[in-house]
Design a protein around this ligand. Structure first.
Ligand SMILES: CCCCC/C=C/C(=O)SCCNC(=O)CCNC(=O)[C@H](O)C(C)(C)COP(=O)(O)OP(=O)(O)OC[C@H]1O[C@@H](n2cnc3c(N)ncnc32)[C@H](O)[C@@H]1OP(=O)(O)O
Ligand code: NDP
Length: 278
């Protein structure tokens, strides 16, 4: 679909690049000639993904264990990266969510979602942006958001809040940092099957939500990777402050959570008992 070498010479950090959509984007970036850095908390999973990627491509892949909820850890990751060479592109992909009745959310549970999804994305963006501006280096920030930024979403309220805040960051920085050579863009995916989303959102038991999708299917990872590759590339050099929805038109019919309104208290009690770790 793309010209060979579309991303040649680009050094890209994908947060949460060891799994799911982050890994899918990373693979496509590598195939298009980029140098890839992936970070996450689980060192073993990062290494396993990177070693698969190295077998698939001759591109350079580096892993960094970093908890993006920790600003000092993010700064130290960026210092280490910049010692070698500046990044060109940051992809804010790491996030957390789970379904829960909001009245049962403890403050700690709310923070468990807000900390990586909002604060983590903000720390990474500020840390990269500051270095780009100091070094007079152009940059692109792509944030992976959600259609909850448009519709809101019952039962994942902290995630909807965090994603909406990152959309506000995307629009605000487009104006503030555009003149400094930094583009900020976003993608709002609908349901894409990943182990993380299936575990946290119980997607596999919720066919009703998926079948309300006008296209009657979930998204393909390659479709998201294609869109991301275009948006971070110089070919999208005039797109700034925009969020592109990729959901088959689903949010035009439903926020994607209405089926959960029918759940019984017993189903919710079962859900609380069966918490899944990301
Ligand atoms: C239509 C489709 C739209 C989809 C939109 C968005 C999708 C996605 O974002 S998919 C990505 C999903 N991937 C992940 O979530 C991966 C990362 N996940 C995690 O790190 C964990 O699952 C986490 C979110 C639970 C966070 O873990 P951690 O920070 O280690 O949290 P703790 O286990 O220490 O718990 C902290 C706090 O939160 C409460 N809690 C945990 N799980 C639940 C739950 N399922 N329901 C309610 N509360 C939960 C936990 O009890 C703790 O609170 P306290 O008990 O008050 O201490
Ligand atoms: N799949 C879907 O249907 C949809 C997904 N999205 C968004 O797409 C993105 C990817 O989700 P998906 O691939 O499905 O799910 P995953 O669970 O596979 O991805 C989440 C990634 O975030 C990383 N992560 C979580 N917390 C932290 C942290 N504190 N520090 C560093 N890394 C962290 C995880 O790595 P580790 O555990 O090693 O830290 C993991 O690699 C997310 O932003 C999600 O909100 C949006 C809409 C729909």
């Amino acid at each position: 679909m793309f010209e060979t070498g579309l991303l040649r010479g680009k050094r890209i950090l994908v947060t949460g690049g060891g799994s799911g959509l982050g890994a899918a984007m990373g693979r496509r970036f590598l195939a298009l000639g980029a140098e890839l850095v992936i970070c996450g908390r689980k060192r073993d999973r990062l290494e396993a993904t990177a070693s698969e990627m190295r077998q698939e491509t001759s591109g350079k892949v580096t892993t960094i264990a970093c908890d993006i909820r920790d600003g000092a850890a993010v700064d130290s990751m960026m210092d280490g990266l910049w010692r070698e060479a500046p990044l060109d592109i940051l992809v804010n992909n790491a996030a957390a969510t789970f379904i829960a009745q909001s009245e049962h959310l403890s403050f700690r549970a709310a923070d468990a979602i807000l900390a990586p999804t909002l604060h983590g994305a903000m720390y990474c963006t500020l840390a990269a942006g500051r270095r780009w501006i100091e070094g007079n280096h152009n940059g692109v920030v792509l944030s992976i958001l959600s259609t909850s930024t448009i519709t809101g979403r019952a039962f994942t309220v902290p995630s909807a809040m965090a994603k909406s805040a990152v959309l506000a960051m995307t629009k605000s920085l487009a104006v503030e940092w555009g003149p400094k050579g930094i583009r900020t863009v976003a993608i709002a995916p609908g349901p894409f099957p990943t182990a993380g989303a299936s575990g946290q959102l119980r997607l596999e038991g919720r066919d009703d939500t998926l079948m309300r999708n006008p296209l009657g299917r979930t998204g393909e990872h390659s479709e998201l990777a294609d869109l991301a590759s275009f948006l971070v590339s110089d070919r999208a050099g005039y797109i700034n402050g925009e969020m592109v929805v990729i959901d088959g038109g689903a949010h035009l019919r439903s926020s994607g959570a209405e089926d959960l309104l029918q759940w019984t208290e017993t189903q919710w009690a079962d859900q609380r008992a069966a918490r899944s770790k990301g």
